[in-house]
Design a binder for this molecule. Structure first.
Ligand SMILES: [Zn+2]
Length: 277
């Protein structure tokens, strides 16, 4: 079975995350965001999602740029705009991801999650005082009580369940009635639970099936808004399909030679399916 192959991560040498916060002075190019959309540059130079000058945005930049990493050796800052005053196309982060390579994915995912964290932790969760950035870390720290708030990462499991040459695929209500996309069972890890326990629980809760052997395959940062998807393969053990109908509108077995409509290639769900079909 192909799923037994080694899928250990390969470090992305084109994207290097920083260990701490830097000011905009050290940024050499910028990722510009407006209302959750990426503003595309019209400078005709380099990558169309990066800007090489912020001059035209200066009056409407919400806060100093945060340098979140390097792209092909250039320090990249992330900024948010209060209004879009220049004529420029914008594109949703999700759709940009679908056409991007892993370098761009890492860069945007990291930058977006740091911005989200700063906005979610602008005030202390313990005493309500305004926080400030901690030098050298991504944390926000409370000057009043010393509480540290680090960027939230929410671990989830996603699992390809197989039975011989068949795989279990489901459809979610949240994708809409018109959607024909079939995906994998997934869910958040609960406090005190191991990732493996979460796989067994989620599959049982959503489909009524029990699992035999399972193993971890690989993971993907999923910045909507701050999940870490941990991908597993599990073998079916027993049970008949009983769907959790509040969440799922369909579940069924598909032969590996005849898959239905699947999630986009950049998603971990698709990557897990791809090594099986
Ligand atoms: Zn505090």
């Amino acid at each position: 079975m192909q799923l037994d192959q080694d899928h250990s991560g390969v470090f992305n040498v084109n994207y290097l995350p920083l260990q701490g916060l830097k000011t905009e002075l050290s940024a050499e190019c910028w990722l510009v965001l407006f209302e959750g959309q990426v503003v595309l540059n019209d400078e005709g130079a380099g990558e169309h999602f990066l800007w090489f000058s912020l001059e035209k945005f200066q009056p409407v930049i919400k806060q100093d740029a945060i340098v979140t990493g390097y792209f092909h050796g250039k320090a990249v800052g992330v900024v948010e705009l209060t209004t879009l005053t220049v004529e420029a196309d914008t594109v949703s982060f999700r759709s940009l991801l679908s056409v991007s390579d892993s370098t761009i994915y890492s860069l945007i995912s990291h930058g977006l999650q740091i911005l989200t964290s700063r906005s979610e932790h602008a005030f202390c969760g313990c005493c309500g005082h305004q926080t400030r950035e901690k030098e050298g870390e991504w944390a926000m720290v409370c000057p009043e009580c010393g509480h540290h708030a680090y960027p939230r990462i929410s671990p989830c499991v996603i699992v390809l369940v197989t039975r011989g040459d068949e795989m279990l695929l489901v459809r979610h209500h949240r994708h809409g009635k018109e959607s024909t996309m079939h995906t994998l069972v997934a869910g958040f890890i609960e406090p005190g639970e191991s990732a493996e326990d979460a796989v067994h629980r989620e599959v049982f809760e959503e489909t009524g099936l029990t699992l035999g052997k399972l193993h971890y395959c690989f993971s993907q940062s999923w910045p909507f808004p701050h999940s870490l998807m941990m991908g597993f393969h599990a073998e079916y053990k027993s049970g008949e399909l009983i769907l959790e109908e509040e969440e799922l509108c369909f579940g069924g077995w598909f032969h590996r030679d005849n898959p239905p409509d699947l999630p986009p290639e950049f998603t971990i769900a698709r990557k897990l399916v791809n090594v099986f079909i």
